[in-house]
Design a protein. Structure first.
Ligand code: COS
Length: 384
């Protein structure tokens, strides 16, 4: 439900201009230096990009899901490292508070997350708990005035920059699996919280992850998200439903960029006396990519609209994440193929994107977890 078409159009045009004029020209620099320049972060803050999904009452733009995916299509046209920086504040790093936070927690954190003054991070994964998120071992022990956290979180996006961590920990050891998990809001700098070394990743240079280690880390009572014990796992799942739709939209945006790169190259590059775009086998790759990107775009928009209408889209968000992340992998592969030897060289953007997009099939739930969620929900619905 787009509330104001004219304002939205102006906002999207602004993002597109920013992507074309500021972000795309600096992609190589970011990949080489492994760092997004501070002035670019400043410009992102100015545009309100950190607070797209945070309600207006707390200083965000309060975009609907449909508006947010349209913005993500536009932002996806550049290096995912830029999007990653604002990704957690719009998604997994803020939505737990938006969905389940107490009024005081919202007041305290959302305005600063919306401006980007604070970067939010989502600490769920652990060394021994990835896809099986409910098996997490980080513990939360009750004290007279709060909780003490112990454990290690792994591959935590934006942890090196984060001012706030939403941490999932087992607060009731007697309850097995998901039932014993609570969520805590832990500010960076809390004694007992420290960061591991930055991870050395395959791609998405400029976006950073690392371990977050809790060693007798004491937090007060009001750090418990929503003030409710043992609700953490459900919160995590709700946050991921929304996040999966956003990531799907980013995949569509990246696919659009890759298709542009492949088409431009195919029209310029001549072999056998003509541009390779004239060859039907190259045309087939271009056409398949365009078709799949359109399918992805359509399913993301449709699901976002249904979510805005109040529907439960857990299954369809998983369908979108499954299809769009796999789709952009195929599109990136074809883009490299169309570039031939050049596609294997770092001088061409497709080489970098090929590595960058690999992560989409893994984080916020692997493709196999999406399949599991979809099929389980189908069976559940059929049973009534
Ligand atoms: N919305 C709200 N609640 C949900 C939910 C959703 N989308 N999905 C599950 N829940 C609830 C369930 O209803 C259940 O609550 P009740 O016991 O009150 O019924 C609880 O959460 C546990 O759910 P479930 O039994 O399905 O948990 P499982 O351990 O069997 O598995 C999967 C859940 C595998 C789906 C989950 O662990 C998962 O998503 N894993 C991937 C994690 C992930 O994406 N990691 C990426 C890192 S974060 S970037």
């Amino acid at each position: 439900m787009i509330r104001d078409a004219e304002t939205l159009e102006a906002f999207l045009a602004q993002i597109t201009r920013f992507v074309d004029e500021t972000l795309i020209p600096r992609e190589d620099e970011v990949a080489e230096s492994d760092r997004v320049p501070p002035e670019v972060i400043g410009a992102m803050r100015q545009l309100g990009l950190f607070g797209m999904s945070i309600p207006e009452a707390y200083g965000g733009l309060g975009l609907t899901m449909e508006e947010e995916v349209l913005a993500a299509f536009a932002l996806g046209r550049t290096s995912p490292a830029f999007r990653s920086l604002i990704g957690t504040n719009n998604g997994i790093g803020s939505q737990g508070i938006v969905i389940d936070g107490t009024p005081a927690q919202k007041e305290r954190w959302l305005p600063r997350l919306a401006t980007g003054e604070v970067v939010g991070s989502f600490a769920l994964t652990e060394p021994d708990s990835g896809s099986d998120a409910a098996s997490l071992k980080t513990s939360a022990r009750r004290t007279p005035d709060g909780w003490v956290l112990n454990g290690t979180k792994r591959y935590i996006t934006n942890a090196p920059h984060a001012g706030l961590f939403t941490v999932f920990a087992r607060s009731d050891a007697a309850k097995k699996g998901a039932a014993g998990v609570s969520a805590f809001l832990v500010p960076a700098g809390t004694p007992g919280l420290r960061l591991g070394k930055p991870d050395r990743k395959m791609g998405q240079r400029g976006a950073h992850t690392c371990d977050v280690i809790f060693d007798e880390c004491h937090v007060p009572d009001d750090a418990l998200l929503g003030g409710r014990e043992c609700e953490g796992f459900r919160t995590a799942m709700k946050v991921l439903d929304r996040g999966r739709l956003h990531i799907s939209a980013v995949c569509v945006g990246v696919a659009t960029r890759l298709i542009d790169e492949a088409l431009r190259y195919a029209m310029d590059r001549e072999q056998f006396g003509q541009p390779i775009a004239e060859f039907q086998l190259v045309q087939a790759m271009l056409a398949d990519s365009r078709t799949e990107a359109l399918a992805g775009r359509s399913m993301v928009l449709e699901t976002a609209r249904r979510k805005d209408g109040g529907a439960n889209v857990a299954t369809d968000a998983a369908c979108c994440k499954l299809f769009c992340s796999e789709m952009v992998g195929r599109v990136a592969d074809r883009a490299v193929q169309i570039h031939g030897g050049a596609g294997y060289m770092q001088d061409y953007a497709v080489e970098r994107f090929y590595r960058d997009v690999r992560l989409f099939r893994i984080y916020e739930g692997t493709s196999q977890i999406q399949q599991l969620v979809i099929a389980r929900n189908m069976i559940r619905e059929a049973k009534g």
